[in-house]
Write a protein that binds this ligand. Structure first.
Ligand SMILES: [Zn+2]
Length: 373
């Protein structure tokens, strides 16, 4: 064994073989996937030596994860949902099965987890009951926050979509909660389940064990059988409005001590298309463009998004409406040279057409704050 310490040639020896898995450990279990934003942090850290230790010691967490809401208060853009859920908890009338639907990244599983905490929270003194304001400090709240509560299970229905998976789940539900007040089963992308699996699940939804709550989430509600839907309380999570996304991103940029030009934040909010998670991934990328001074320009974000200049899109539209093909092609060529994606330019033109049409048919929309230009 000691020989491996001295001779590098000994590395492939039998004795050394069991060791390699160790260095891989942190990669497998670490919080942060090896995303692009990690690199600039690592590059930036050697510059200010005193600070360098902090980013090195703390594994980088993507913004969407770092700023994931942990209570209803922090959930943005879903006021109706939050109000209904708060009332349900206040009146102690929490349904046993929820269906959360909406486009990706609007907070479906985040909401499910907040409900799981609200159901299981025992309060700082350990005596509290289910509450619309989970304390965030009791052992139940902490365990759910850290994804290690034995009674709160999140399953991806895309990979657990067979009847055997549902049977196994039903078997587990026969037992009382191990630690918490309720067993909470979060089934994400539930529309991916097979018909047989849905039928098996239906039986459980019809006669749910008293201490079990189901949180079903889907991006495609129409693929979920009506028999399932009729046994769930359904919530439609809305696309988060641009203004709210922009405010949210501005707040986070501030917390991350990053300076981003307001127009750049507006672009990110627009590109997020109502999805908080998509927007935060873009913000991660944008912050990576900032360099050591942590300042992100509109120009950099525009290039990153492959966006054409707004002014250029207007010019292009004018040329098109005037039938000036030469100018239109010239503008497109220049945008292309600058890295704009032609498909995105087309998308921008479509949006502009839509906006202009709306303004024309409903002139009062001029005062709508979401129409920035
Ligand atoms: Zn708590």
């Amino acid at each position: 064994m000691s020989s491996t310490l001295f001779g590098p040639d000994d590395a492939p020896d039998e004795a050394a073989l069991p060791e390699p898995p160790a260095p891989e450990g942190p990669g497998l279990f670490g919080d942060a996937p090896p995303l692009a934003p990690v690199a600039p942090q690592a590059v930036a850290s050697p510059a200010p030596p005193p600070v360098a230790a902090v980013p090195a010691a703390t594994p980088y967490r993507v913004l969407a994860r770092k700023y994931r809401p942990s209570n209803f208060e922090e959930l943005i853009g879903q006021d109706a949902l939050v109000r209904t859920l708060r009332n349900a908890f206040a009146q102690n009338r929490v349904a046993h099965a929820f269906m959360l639907t909406g486009v990706r990244g609007v907070g479906k599983t985040t909401t499910a987890r907040i409900i799981a905490r609200a159901l299981n929270c025992i309060g700082p003194d350990g005596k509290g009951g289910p509450t619309p304001e989970p304390c965030g400090v009791c052992p139940e709240c902490l365990a759910i926050l850290a994804d290690r509560h034995p009674d709160v299970q999140e399953l991806d229905a895309a990979s657990n979509n067979g009847i055997d998976d549902v049977r196994e789940l039903r078997e587990r539900l026969r037992y009382r909660p191990a630690q918490g007040r309720f067993k909470v089963i979060i089934l994400d992308e539930v529309h991916m389940m097979s018909t047989a699996a849905f039928n098996a699940l239906l039986k459980t939804l019809e006669e749910p064990p008293a201490q079990v709550k189901f949180m079903l989430a889907t991006t495609e509600l129409r693929k979920v059988p009506a028999t399932i839907l009729s046994r769930c309380q359904t919530f439609h999570l809305k696309r988060v409005p641009q203004a709210e996304l922009r405010a949210h991103f501005t707040r986070i940029a501030g917390l991350e001590a990053v300076t981003i030009e307001p127009e750049a934040l507006a672009m990110l909010a627009r590109a997020a298309d109502g999805s908080v998670r998509d927007g935060l991934s873009l913000l991660d990328q944008a912050i990576a463009l900032g360099g050591p001074d942590n300042a992100v320009t509109t120009e950099a974000v525009r290039d990153m998004l492959g966006l054409a200049d707004r002014a250029m899109v207007l010019e292009l539209m004018e040329a098109l409406m005037a039938g000036d093909t030469a100018t239109a092609l010239g503008l497109l060529e220049r945008a292309h040279e600058r890295g704009a994606d032609p498909a995105v330019v087309l998308q921008d033109l479509l949006e502009l057409t839509h906006t202009l049409t709306r303004l024309r048919s409903v002139p009062s929309l001029k005062d709508d704050p979401s129409l920035t230009e």
